[in-house]
Design a protein around this ligand. Sequence first.
Ligand code: IMP
Ligand code: MG
Length: 184
Amino acid sequence: MDARDAGTDISEVLVSEEAIAGRLAELARQVEADYEGRDVLLVGVLKGAVMIMADFVRALHRHAPMDWMAVSSYGSGTKSSGVVRILKDLEADVSGVHVLIVEDIIDSGLTLSWLVGNLRARGAASVEVLTLLRKPDAAKVDVEVRYVGFDIPDAFVVGYGLDYDQRYRNLGFVGTLAEHVHAP
Ligand code: IMP
Ligand code: MG
């Protein structure tokens, strides 16, 4: 799906496909350097991280196995509460493993904060975070995010894995959802 298919639903292209690809390549170089000589397990958070995982792992010039979790965070509308339930758990035992969580976006950071704690409690050797997008509120939470694609303003965005009511995930870029789509 591209901008034309989305019609007037997208008010602004915030991060283009080219910008995403360029930034993921930079982050891949950093991750290669940081994990040199060590195995690393990429843990993607379904479903939003599907696109970034697919592109990021192909940008890496090294082996990096993938595993997936799906979590639901109870919340109202577009805000999460930090109360998290596991919908799909990892296949791998992460005890003693260097884990790199791959996320689409960090907003309140509550979901991520819970996830980092959960993986540490399972005995992971280290837990770091890579996210494509980060919103300003994320600064309020004590999760250290080592790899950030783009810091964006506090608007509701869709595309490149991010949805509104399960739609727009298959847009190639990240855009701001127009008011008329999500206005009550
Ligand atoms: P947090 O717990 O508030 O950080 O919320 C994280 C999750 O909320 C993300 O993984 C997304 O699934 C969702 N989310 C937060 N902001 C947006 C957005 O602007 N568009 C789409 N989904 C979002
Ligand atoms: Mg998510």
